[in-house]
Design a protein around this ligand. Structure first.
Ligand SMILES: Cc1ncc(COP(=O)(O)O)c(C=O)c1O
Length: 418
């Protein structure tokens, strides 16, 4: 009987497997470092959110910034998801994945003129504007095209999401949105403006939020604004609560989609409007693992043990960027007692560390390990630092697997250079 390690990952007689498919067998053909995703886990996570909000009209716009690998975006489209794009590049990936412009909401704190023109010309479902100035630029650009842009204003409610400062976005010290208290006047002053059609209100207070309270408070603030706008005669079509629901990286109990829905629906219901959700991490995070090989081990006189992997901050930057925790599981754990290991990457930076003093069974050169919960903000943030080539990505589905992004080659990399 396979022992469930985590979500789709179980220990079997042939080592760690993803939905029954041996990871060693994938690595044999695909090499390391390698991202592996479970299609089943993605579908399950999406459906859990969809079902939690079933009692209220809603649309899930998957936050592509978490992971925009084409095959995964296509998979989400096939099960009914729409998307939240944060750049021209993400819009173009969504279109290639088969989405229609009305399925896309476009967010982003620094949209360029060219990006706005493109979005307006396409007829994007909603452009979430980040400032009064941006609204005015959208109005001018849309008028010049003889079009009406569908817009929502992103508000900054000054709420502490309780997550890492680098991924909190809803405090007044953050660069995102407009102060909540200014929003009503911004809508009022632009009612009937040529080129603008107000379709929603938007908030996103941060990511990896692990308690219900900040999400409830933000939804309440947004609902209050939507009701004021209704009183002002602004006919909105939705309230967009952004993303932010966290995942249990450390395996501790935390809120899930049902608690989230229970926290936000009562206030949002008052608006009488459908809810737009932009979950990223909670859809894709737990479905992915980064598979790496141990390339060196060493022990210092103070007893500190290092395992150096062939993957580091170039492939998965979250630990170096946020000090974030990822569980690390050997593909074939040795039956000897655990000891404390520093699991590090090969990059020439001291911050290139996946884990310090992590209790793990003995590790040896050529062993494979899985860094769990790496589906979100993993491959999308990978870089070519130290001329690392972007890792391959594989999708496991229905007992089989396929490469959904081949490993970058040095020729791919140098094709851009003279
Ligand atoms: C505007 C917006 N929507 C949605 C998301 C997705 O957030 P998460 O992955 O935390 O669900 C983000 C990411 O921070 C975002 O900036």
């Amino acid at each position: 009987m396979p022992a469930l390690v985590h979500q789709s990952f179980s220990q079997t007689a042939s080592g760690l497997a993803c939905d029954g498919v041996s990871i060693e067998s994938i690595v044999e053909r695909a090499g390391t470092p390698l991202y592996i995703y479970s299609a089943r886990a993605i579908r399950d996570a999406y459906r859990a959110i969809d079902e939690a909000f079933a009692a209220h009209p809603h649309a899930i716009h998957y936050g592509m910034k978490a992971n925009s690998t084409l095959a995964l975006v296509r998979l989400l489209r096939s099960i009914g998801s729409k998307v939240d794009a944060n750049s021209r590049g993400e819009i173009d990936v969504a279109l290639r994945a088969g989405y229609q412009p009305p399925d896309i909401v476009f967010t982003g704190v620094g949209k360029t003129r060219e990006e706005l023109e493109h979005a307006i010309g396409l007829g994007i479902g909603a452009i979430n504007a980040e400032s009064a100035g941006e609204l005015d630029r959208i109005a001018a650009l849309a008028s010049a095209q003889g079009r009406e842009a569908r817009v929502a204003l992103r508000v900054n409610p000054d709420i502490d999401a309780g997550s890492h400062p680098n991924i909190s976005t809803g405090l007044r010290i953050n660069k995102f949105g407009v102060p909540l208290q200014d929003a009503r006047a911004i809508y009022r002053d632009r009612r009937g403006a040529a080129g603008l059609r107000f379709v929603g209100v938007h908030v996103h207070i941060g990511s990896q939020i692990t308690t219900a309270e900040p999400l409830r408070t933000a939804a309440r603030a947004l609902a209050g604004l939507a009701c004021e706008l209704r009183d002002d005669g602004v006919a909105l079509e939705h309230v967009d609560v952004g993303g932010g629901l966290g995942i249990p990286y450390e395996g501790r109990p935390m809120i899930g989609p049902t608690d989230y829905a229970a926290a936000v629906i009562p206030d949002l219901r008052r608006t009488g409007l459908p809810i737009v959700l932009e979950p990223g991490r909670s859809v894709i995070g737990q479905a992915g693992a980064l598979i790496a090989r141990v390339v060196d081990t060493k022990r210092f006189p103070d007893g500190r043990r290092f395992a150096v992997l062939d993957a580091g901050m170039a492939e998965l930057i979250r630990p170096a960027l946020y000090g974030s925790y990822h569980r690390i599981v050997p593909i074939r754990p040795r039956p000897q007692p655990d000891a404390a290991w520093d699991v590090v990457g090969p990059i020439c930076e001291s911050s290139d560390v996946f884990a310090r003093d992590r209790m793990l069974p003995p590790l040896e050169v050529d062993d494979l390990v899985a860094v769990l919960d790496a589906g979100a903000y993993g491959s999308v943030m990978a870089s070519n630092y130290n001329r690392h080539l972007l890792p391959a990505e594989a999708l496991v589905d229905a007992g089989g697997w396929s490469i959904v992004r081949r490993r970058q080659t040095i020729d791919d990399l140098l094709a851009l250079e003279s």
